[in-house]
Write a protein of this length. Sequence first.
Length: 122
Amino acid sequence: MEFTKFYKRDKVCKQLENQEEEQRKRLRQLFIDHESLVKECTSLEIDKQIVRVKNLTKYYEDGFRALHGISFGIEESSIFGLLGPNGAGKTTTFNLLTGLISKTKGHISYFMKYIDYKTRKN
């Protein structure tokens, strides 16, 4: 009778040890997977720009070039402004960004999605 108790207890202890070892193996694998994912994510260039403008150009119907190939990005949680003399294209840039006028060339993207305002008239 006493032998059976010890045998059962020993068997249960072995099962628990095996379960613990399996859990340790799973945790090790999860940790390795996590580390490799972190390395992969940090090696990628994470884009924090919420607005991106590339080579933006605007010609009006009379041939006047208001903008020629401007590029910039605005990062999340930043304050942004355009400075320049009269006629530098500040208002034209904001009108293009808001879709009030259409661009001649270039790309505008908000949150990694390209925007094209082709339906607006100049």
